[in-house]
Design a protein around this ligand. Sequence first.
Ligand code: IMP
Length: 428
Amino acid sequence: MPAYAIIGGQWGDEGKGKVIDYLARRADCVVRYAGGNNAGHTVVNERGKFQLHLVPSGICWPGVRGIIGNGVVVDPDVLLGELDGLNARGIDTRSLYISERAHVIMPYHVLQDQLEEKARGSGAIGTTGRGVGPAYMDKAGRIGIRMGELLDIEGLRPRLERVLGFKNALITKVLGGKALDLDELLAKCQVWADRLGSYIQPTEQIIEDLLDQGARVILEGAQGTLLDLDHGSYPYVTSSSPSIGGACTGLGLNPQAIVEVVGVYKAYCTRVGGGPMPTEMHGPKADELREKAHEFGTTTGRARRIGWFDALAGRYSRQINGFTGMVLTRLDILDGLPSVRICVGYRADGRELDRFPANTNLLARCQPIYEEMPGWDQPTASATRLSQLPPQAAAYVRRIEELVGCQARLISTGPSREESILIEPVIP
Ligand code: IMP
C-alpha cells in the first residue's frame, strides 16, 4: 500500500505541478491534502499548458484518479470553473472525489481575507486574497461549513444563519465591509450541491481501499515547508500544514502507507508576499532572473522575490519532512551565469546560526554566508541525461545534495514532461 509524498522544500512555487504530472504516469491516484486555490500548479504536456488551483495535477493522465482531501479548503465556484475549463479541453474529470469533510471557502471568507489584509497596512502578510486563512480560522474555531453539509441545505440553514450573523458583524462593524445575504448564500450552496454533489465522498475510506488494493497514490503538496503554519516563517505563512504531518491529518491517512517523502526544491529561491528571505537578491540581476524564469505568481500574477539557493533552510525542510530524496527544478534558469552562490549558514547579532530560527525578527536580521561556485556556459536546458550536464552544473547539484542532506532523484530542466533527468525512480 504505497503512498508517495511530494512536498515543497522552500516557499512554494518549486515546480511541484510539473513533477507530479511527470510522476503520475506511474500512479493510480493523486491526492491534495492541504491548502486551497491559493496554490497554482502549472502542468505542460502534449495537450497544452494547464494552470491548476484545486484539481490534483495528475488529472491529465487518463485513468489516474484525483482526490481533494479533508485538509483542503474548497472554493466551489473556483473548482467548478476549473472543472469546466478542463472539460472544455477534453479532460475527463469524472474520476475526481472531494472529501465530505473538506471545508468550504465561503464568499465571506474571501471578503474577510481582503479586508483584513487592507487593515494590516504595512504589516500585511501578502496573502493571495482567496479566503484561505479565514476558512482555516473558522475550521479551528468550529464555525466552518463542510462540503458534506451542502448536501443537506435544510440542515445547513440554521447553522449558516448563526455563522453569517457573526461574520456579518465582523465584516460590517470591525472591517468596514458590506453584509452578505443569507438567502443568496443558501441559493449558491444549492447550486454547488447540484453540480458537485456526486463528487462529494468519504475520501479517507476511498484512499484506504485504494491502498489496500495496492494502488500507487501520490500525495500532492501545495505551498512549501517554509510557509507551514507551524514550521514556516510565522506569521508570514499560509494557514495550513504543507509539510508531511499535514498529509496524514489532511487525508485521514495511515502514516505507515507512506514509503517515500520527496522534497521539491528549485535551484534558487523564490518567495511571494511578505516575510523575511535571507538570500533575497535585489536590482538588475534579480530582475533579469525573474524575467528569464517568468517568476510571476500563477494565482495572483504578483512578481516573485528571487534569491540564491538557501541550503540552511533546505536542510531544515529536509529534517521536518524526513525527505528520502529531492527533485531539483529549474536548473536551466542558472545557465550562463558567471558564478552561482549557495547559502550555507546565517550570521546575526555577531554569531553564526546553523538552524532556521523560529523567531521571525531574528530571521529578518540574518545575513547569508555564501559559498561561491563557478557557473556554466553550456546549457542544461532540456537535458535528459546526467552526462549532458556541464561539470560545473553537476558540481552545483552535488553540493546542494550534500548540504541539504539527501540525493536528487530527478532534475527538471524545462517545463515539459520530457525535459527531465531521471536519476532514481520515485515510483518503481
Ligand atoms: P494565503 O495562503 O493566501 O493566506 O497567503 C499566505 C502567504 O502564503 C502569502 O505570503 C502568500 O503569497 C503565500 N502563498 C500561499 N500560497 C502560495 C503558493 O501556492 N505559492 C507561493 N506562495 C504562496
